[in-house]
Every structure is written in structure tokens, then in C-alpha cells.
Design a protein around this ligand. Sequence first.
Ligand SMILES: Cc1ncc(COP(=O)(O)O)c(C=O)c1O
Length: 364
Amino acid sequence: MSEPSHHGGNLRLALQKYGLGSQGFVDFSANLNPLGPPVRVLEVIKNNIDKVYSYPDPECTQLKERISSQLGVAEGDVIVTNGANELIYLICAHFSGGKALLVEPGFSEYLDAARAFCLDVAFYFLREDRNFVMDSDDFLNSARPESVDVIFICNPNNPTGMMISHDEMVKVVRGCEQSGAFLVVDESFVELSDFPDDSVIGLVKKFRKLLIIRSMTKSYGLAGIRLGYGISNSDLICNLLRKQPTWSVNSLAQLAGEAALTDSNYLARSRELIALERKLLFEGLMRPDIKTYPSNVNFILLRLLNNKISPWNFEDYLGRRGIIVRNCSNFMGLGDGFFRIAIRTKEENLRLLAALNGFQHDAF
Ligand SMILES: Cc1ncc(COP(=O)(O)O)c(C=O)c1O
């Protein structure tokens, strides 16, 4: 029995474990855009391969301009980062030695980054009987935001897959501002969700203690080159920029980001595919030994209901068939039997369902 991986998407480990060639796997463990990168992004990378010889623009000027004009925010309110993850670490560096409040089950890098910068950490747990959806009143009343310096909320939440509505988030943003805590809303998946317009990016102009994280890695399928950005007030952005290593975002990532943002209907097409395929997966997963949790994004959290089945056997059963899923037993607030699967293309989703159909309790 092996420990579940810290993150999805580790194909090297899968290869080592199951021995199929990398082409033999379908990776449901990484929750990226199922369409893959926009074609124009791949073309830009090919056509600019000579840029690997020069240093990148340390200010990410052109990409920053494009982000700011698309989102209607000032350029000084934008920081471009080497994936959303770099931004999480910069924020924790900024609040170093203070106290953070994390929502669990949630993305594990908040905790890793908080620990790396010696933050004290408090937790607020989402309830399974509420399908892990945050209730803003309960959060504001019981999580004691006034007792911390920085709060991380992921919306839609990874790994649980549900989004808090815009109205609920406005309540949370207002409540946190009144409590004096700084709120980080990680919207890494919002552009792939059913409700992209529920983003609270528009609130940054009004609330000073608010930062929004976005991951172009997720939205545009750029995991190999990494790209993210943050939007907040310009004073905080200046502070974060001072902590960011120079040349953090490489030239090809900057060009890829610019090209991705010019593809005006790529995200709409992605959301259409995700909604359609998610429905198919939910139907296929309706069986007495599996519980699924509602999702309005590009992944589904599920739980094995038969506790005679070892989650490791389940993972291995699929792994041996070239299907990698995210074992979520190491998420705080989940435990054995929870898995996350990404929504992928029809052909790939059918392959997962076919493998699951062959999965019988007595196979173990
Ligand atoms: C909620 C959340 N935020 C941020 C990240 C990091 O994104 P990136 O790959 O752009 O660094 C992830 C990656 O899994 C994530 O799930």
C-alpha cells in the first residue's frame, strides 16, 4: 500500500507504479481544462522558440496590460506569477509570522506555504452534510475571522467542486473586511465553472483587504509552463512584487498567456464541454457503491461507500487500466474512500466509465 500523492498530475509516479508508457494513461487526477491549450498558444510557443536564449521581461509588461484591459482593472493592481502557486507563497511571505485561517478540505498548498513562512494556522471545516458548501453566516460567526491576519477561501473549492454564489461571497468579503482580516479568494477554477460571472474580481476596487488569485495553468491547460496572476490594491501588489524573484515568469509563458487571452470563445467552449461531460459522468457514476457530490466545475468529488473496498485497491485497479485518479484520503476533512476525478473529453470519460463498470467488489 502506498501513500496517496500530495497532488494530482504526477505522471512520473504513475509510470513508475503501473509501467504503461506515458501515452497509455488518461490523467483524471489533474483538474486542468479538458480542451488542452488553445491552438494559438502552441503556435506562439513554436514560433518563438528562439526566445529561450533571452531573459524574459521581468515586469511581464504586455501580459499585464492585456490582463488589466480584459478585466477592467488598473495595471498596478495586477501581479503575474509562475502559476497561481507562486502567488500563494508570496502572500504567505507577506503575512509571515502572522496567523492564517484555512478552509478544509481545501488545496494543500495554502497550508504548506503558511508553514513555510511560520504562520500560525486555524481551520474552518466545511460540512459533508452540506455537500461541503460554505455557509457565509456560519463561517463569519464560527471561524472568528477577527482573530487572524489572512484568510484563504477557494471558490469554486478544490477538491469539493462547489461554488459559493456571488451574494454569499459578497457577505463573506464584507464580513472579513469588517473583522480586519485580509481575504484571499482563490478563483483558479472560476473560469471553468458554470458561474464565471460570480467572480468577485469586481470587488477589489471597493475592498482594500481583498486579493483574487487566478490560474491560467488551470483555465488554459498550461501546467507545463505555469502561469497565474493576482488582482488586489496597488500597495499590496507592490509589496508582493518586491518579494517575487526576478524573471519568475518565463518568456514563453508570458507569450502563451497573451495568446490565450486573445482566444475569445475558448473558455465558453471549455465550459460547454465540461457541463456536458460532467452530466455524462454523473449519470455513469450513479451506482449503489459510489456517492458523488454536486459540482459546478471541471472535477467531481466521489466517495466509495463500501468500506470493505480498500481505496488503494480501487486506485490500483484503475491505475493498472491506465486511469489515474486523485486519491483524496490525505485531504483534511475527507479521509479514506474519497476520490477526485477531472472532467475530460468524451472519449476519455467513456474509458473511465468502462473501467468502472468492470469494477466489482469481489474483484478484490
Ligand atoms: C485551488 C488551487 N489554487 C492554485 C493552484 C495552483 O495553480 P498553478 O498550477 O497555476 O500554480 C491549484 C493547483 O492545483 C489549485 O488547485
